[in-house]
Design a protein around this ligand. Structure first.
Ligand code: BGC
Length: 810
């Protein structure tokens, strides 16, 4: 039967088909006018709309239209609240509708493998279930408005350092158990319209041409039926990528790649049917995308502001409270720290939103008539004399009932484009807290940051409220929480280690060419638990102004097979004096096994609202996956027979109730892989820092790992970057002129996160992606040859490139 898409495909020329495989500019797909196929707009996200005003076509060059800045994923994930995520999604969808944007480029669901990843603020969790469930709810909310989403960055984009050329070496089991499930849950539950492939390679192959990642897993296994686009500039080998299942190259990078597709079909290298497969997906996307492009839709700015405020207050995490919070009205109050006046409420990079308004804590205190004395405490740019600012803060704090110190990570400390090198807050912030607390013990710290930090002063302060990056209403939400108008109910979705070297990936992170995920499945609490390592704050931790009691844990059966489901019920009572919300966490602990396993893994969660004295029964249904691990011998999920424990608690370190269940496997004769002999480190994680020997990781990885030689010693290729070429004359010139032009553009403020981000991105841009900036591939190839000292051949290429470009312009 020919459907309407087939009819359109039948009428298209080969050139028209190829043209649909790349964008029209930075933010639009191409249309085919005579066949009525519209071009649609896709733009960033994800925690609000970043639609560039004007239409320069160049990414990141234009200010964006005002939009509501909701809290980024780092904070909203801590709500553990699917309904809240849905509500945020609906609001974002409405903003897209008003701005005639068909697809928003988010959410980003990568796992926080290391606290150092510069983009952790855009990601949800170290735990795949949380990342999957929370992002699926957001996707459902956005798509309920007829607006598409784009789950990204698929997959294993867990660092920013040389993200466009780095190779993530991940064993099959860790890939399936840790890095893919967030995408899997999102796709199965919420059906995102599109996916965005990551920049990096996964196990030696660029994500964009990885058949398993582009087709076998998402489409054949999980049922994904949308289009997959590249991250901006992530295209490597155009024809291969189409074959492997990637559809759309973004942004437009000149006619070259479309032409390659045409030639490949003509020469028989690419089947027309394979091209048609992509064309059909693009036609379906265009069809869906045009439906909601209604005129005159207006969203309610105030209503969305209220959603942003609610999102921040329902997600913030009360990390420490010795009884000082909530604050009482009428106390004498000192407010210290520039963040109180200029909050850091979002991160730098492609997700940066231009908010309608920003409410700082000072604004909120003032508008509520709450008396306070303010002192800056530090200079956010780190330029002014720290000593005198601290001295002034100490004066302000003297004799006050309570001192609120707003501190954390300034913009230049974390961003898309580069990673952090430590987990410390700026020295001035730490010194300020220590020194003020010496003078006045009644200090409460309010933290603004997008990733875990160390807190050397923790014992010296009485309370810590984590506001993450809290969106445009962060100040209002902080005041609501500090004064008890809202009872804190968020919990951490990442572990806060005591120090960086405690983190399981600390030895294997941020490498330039190849990053080995040697810790395998031991990411986040899965590692700290098993290694019995003390942490600053555990995964799932968060306090409330009330208390909750757990009782009556019941399982529907004491024995099940791996084909059954198990219902688990537990009662939770609010035994305090205030209304509050509790996040009930259900973990499953496996029996002893031949294969190494985490001590327990989060398998379900629910957020319950309770009036004082009220009790509710919470019910969870567990399926086979709650008990399964990925078996690399059968390349499938497998449940081992044995007695599992169901653990219910208030955090990963605060388990309140336990029950046992016998699970019987129906899988027949399946060998459970054992690495006990050859990779013993995974069975007895050392107390000290994790440093998995290469040979042991190779056992688990199932292959030898080929570590390529340093770029500096190798010939440069189209996949090398300006940084790699810095020792050549052309490279030096490229490096200097990039920096100079950037400074001109950004205004030369090198302390600014945005400047650092753009510099990092450009210096690490592979030559193959220069097409995005309008440079034809022949010229780029020529430059690479010249840098490799093949001067004459290179010049020949450059001249050919320039001539071809001139011809094309005529
Ligand atoms: C980022 C994506 C973003 C895209 C478009 C890329 O550099 O990695 O997350 O959607 O730019 O701005």
């Amino acid at each position: 039967m020919t459907d309407k898409f087939q009819n359109v495909i039948d009428q298209m020329s080969l050139e028209e088909k190829a043209s649909l495989c790349s964008g029209q500019d930075a933010w639009h797909t191409k249309g085919v006018e005579h066949l009525g196929v519209p071009a649609i707009m896709m733009t960033d996200g994800p925690h609000g709309l970043r639609k560039e005003a004007g239409n320069s076509g160049e990414p990141g060059m234009q200010p964006s239209v005002p939009a509501t800045c909701f809290p980024p994923a780092v904070l909203t994930s801590c709500s553990f609240d699917r309904d809240l995520m849905h509500e945020i999604g609906v609001a974002i969808g409405e903003e897209c509708k008003q701005e005639r944007v068909s697809v928003i480029l988010g959410p980003g669901v990568n796992i926080k493998r290391s606290p150092l990843c510069g983009r952790n603020f855009e990601y949800f969790s170290e735990d795949p279930l949380v990342a999957g469930e929370i992002s699926a709810a957001l996707v459902e909310g956005i798509q309920s408005q007829g607006i598409g989403t784009c789950m990204k960055h698929y997959a294993c984009n867990n660092q920013e350092t040389s993200r466009m050329i780095n190779d993530s070496i991940v064993d099959e089991r860790a890939l399936r158990e840790i890095y893919l499930p967030a995408f899997e849950i999102g796709i199965k539950k919420a059906k995102p319209w599109t996916l965005m492939c990551a920049y990096n390679k996964v196990n030696g192959t660029y994500a964009c041409e990885h058949q398993e990642l582009m087709t076998d897993i998402p489409r054949d296994e999980w049922g994904f039926d949308g289009a997959i686009m590249t991250d901006w500039g992530a295209m490597d080998e155009r024809v291969w990528s189409i074959k492997s299942g990637l559809d759309l190259e973004m942004p437009y990078a000149g006619p070259h790649n479309d032409q390659l597709i045409v030639e490949a079909v003509k020469s028989g290298k690419l089947d027309m049917a394979t091209l048609d497969r992509t064309v059909r997906r693009m036609l379906e996307l265009a069809e869906k995308g045009k439906v909601n492009l209604v005129d005159n839709f207006k969203y309610d700015i105030e209503k969305h502001d209220a959603v942003a405020r609610k999102a921040a207050s329902e997600s913030a995490v009360l990390l420490k409270n010795d009884g000082i919070l909530p604050l009482k009205q009428g106390i004498s109050l000192a407010v210290v720290g520039e963040f109180a006046q200029k909050p850091r409420y979002q991160g730098a990079g492609s997700s940066r939103i231009n908010p309608h308004k920003i409410t700082s804590a000072i604004n909120e205190l003032d508008s509520n008539g709450i008396a306070h004395t303010y002192s800056r405490g530090y200079d956010l740019k780190g330029k002014e004399d720290a000593e005198s600012l601290i001295a002034q803060a100490i004066e302000t704090a003297k004799g006050k009932d309570v001192v609120l110190i707003f501190a954390g990570l300034p913009d230049a400390y974390e961003s898309e484009g580069f990673d952090r090198t430590n987990i410390d807050m700026p020295r001035e912030h730490n010194a300020l807290i220590e020194r003020v607390a010496e003078q006045n013990p009644n200090v409460v710290v309010v933290l603004h940051e997008g990733s875990a930090v160390s807190m050397p002063w923790l014992d010296k302060v009485r309370g810590v409220l984590y506001m993450g990056l809290g969106g445009q209403c962060v100040g209002a939400a902080a005041v609501d929480l500090l004064f008890g108008k809202v009872n804190p109910s968020g919990k951490l979705t990442e572990t806060y280690p005591l120090k960086l070297s405690d983190a399981p990936s600390s030895k294997q992170f941020g490498q330039r060419l190849v990053t080995q995920y040697r810790e395998s499945i031991f990411v986040g609490y899965r590692y700290y638990d098993k290694a019995n390592k003390a942490v600053l704050f555990p995964f799932g931790h968060g306090l409330s102004y009330t208390q909750f009691a757990y009782s009556d844990l019941q399982t529907s059966q004491s024995q099940i097979s791996d084909q059954d489901t198990l219902t688990v019920k537990v009662k939770v009572r609010n035994v305090g004096e205030r209304f509050g919300k509790e996040i009930v966490q259900l973990y499953v602990a496996p029996p002893q096994s031949a294969i190494f396993k985490a001590q327990k893994e989060l398998r379900h969660f629910a957020k319950v609202a309770l009036e004082p004295g009220e009790e509710k029964e919470v019910s969870f249904v567990l399926g086979m996956r709650a008990f399964a691990y990925w078996n690399v011998l059968i390349h499938d999920w497998h449940v081992e027979s044995g007695t599992y424990e169901v653990l219910v608690g208030s955090s990963s370190a605060d388990i309140r109730l336990k029950a046992k269940v016998d699970v019987r496997s129906t899988a027949g004769d399946v060998t459970v892989p054992s690495y006990r002999e050859k990779a013993p480190v995974y069975y007895a994680l050392p107390q000290g820092n994790l440093d998995v020997p290469l040979e042991q990781f190779e056992e688990v990885y199932g292959n030898k790992i080929n570590i390529p030689c340093e770029v500096d010693k190798a010939p440069l290729t189209m996949n090398s970057t300006i940084y790699d070429a810095r020792h050549t004359k052309v490279g030096k010139w490229l490096m200097a002129s990039t920096k100079k032009n950037l400074q001109k553009m950004v205004g030369g403020d090198t302390d600014d996160g945005n400047m650092r981000m753009m510099e990092a991105v450009l210096i690490d841009l592979p030559f193959r992606s220069f097409g995005m900036m309008g440079m034809p591939p022949k010229i780029i190839e020529g430059l690479v040859l010249i840098m490799n000292k093949k001067i004459f051949k290179g010049l020949g290429f450059v001249i050919k490139g320039i001539t071809a470009q001139k011809k094309a312009r005529k």
